[in-house]
Design a protein around this ligand. Structure first.
Ligand code: CTP
Ligand code: MG
Length: 231
């Protein structure tokens, strides 16, 4: 069984509110998406990295990818939602993988993914019957707000609560079937759960956050810079 990576990168970055989709914003001297792609390409257990772009993406070709090109395949088949982009990507890569092969789906916007994160996920799930995801145990007390002033309506016990991250690692055949049956999910695990299966939660850390709002760029830059200095 082989491992492949699939990186959905067809979103518009509405919450970032920038002129470019956030995956192309400059981060440490490169377009943001180069960082997670280079990390995935540097993991020996991953055979190939597939990246899903919007069919009308005009930005990818403005950048230099030659150093990654023997590990990277570009699929211009993004859809209207993240789940549709992933489903289209799975269909486009189908001829190059078997249904039993693992696919690690990773958000392009999680710029600070490390090879350690990926290797932990793969090592933990290698013999797993279902698959699983990187996730972060919730550390803070959780409140549910309500009404116009968002006053506290409820305190939610944090025990057993996790924030889902990516990569999310499932077998190609299972994941394609799950997303076809349940296209309205917000992550791959949600589709697999809807089939009645229980993906495993693999502890990660807060550096694998998703760049979403403008303030997130400075934090991502700090994390990548500090790793570069200690490497
Ligand atoms: N994505 C995608 N296709 C879509 C929507 C999202 O491939 N139709 C990708 C994004 O490019 C991103 C990942 O899914 O790498 C996670 O999505 P998100 O962080 O929500 O990114 P955007 O949808 O681009 O941002 P926003 O929700 O703020 O518009
Ligand atoms: Mg989105």
């Amino acid at each position: 069984m082989a491992c492949f990576a699939l990186v959905p990168a067809a979103g518009g970055g509405t919450r970032m509110g920038a002129a470019l989709p956030k995956q192309y914003l400059p981060l440490c001297g490169h377009p943001l998406i180069r960082h997670p792609l280079a990390t995935l390409a540097a993991v020996p257990a991953i055979e190939r990295v597939f990246v899903v772009l919007s069919p009308d993406d005009g930005e990818w070709d403005r950048h230099e990818w030659r150093d990654l090109s023997d590990r990277l395949s570009v699929l211009r088949c993004g859809g209207a939602t993240r789940a549709a982009s992933v489903a289209n990507g799975l269909a486009a890569m189908a001829g190059r993988v078997t249904p039993e092969d693992w696919v690690l789906v990773h958000d392009a916007a999680r710029a600070c993914l490390s090879t350690g994160h990926v290797e932990t996920l793969i090592a933990t799930l290698a013999g797993d019957p279902v698959g699983g995801i990187l996730a972060l145990p919730v550390a803070d007390t959780l409140k549910r707000g309500a009404g116009a002033e968002e006053r506290v309506a409820e305190t939610i016990p944090r025990e057993h609560l996790w924030q889902a991250q990516t990569p999310q690692m499932f077998r190609h055949g299972l994941l394609a079937e799950a997303l076809a049956a349940h296209p309205d999910v917000t992550d791959e695990a949600g589709a697999v759960e809807a089939l009645g299966l229980s993906p495993r939660l693999v502890p990660a850390d807060a550096t694998n956050f998703k760049v979403t709002f403008p303030r997130d760029l400075a934090l991502a830059e700090l994390i990548l810079e500090s790793r570069r200095k200690t490497a």
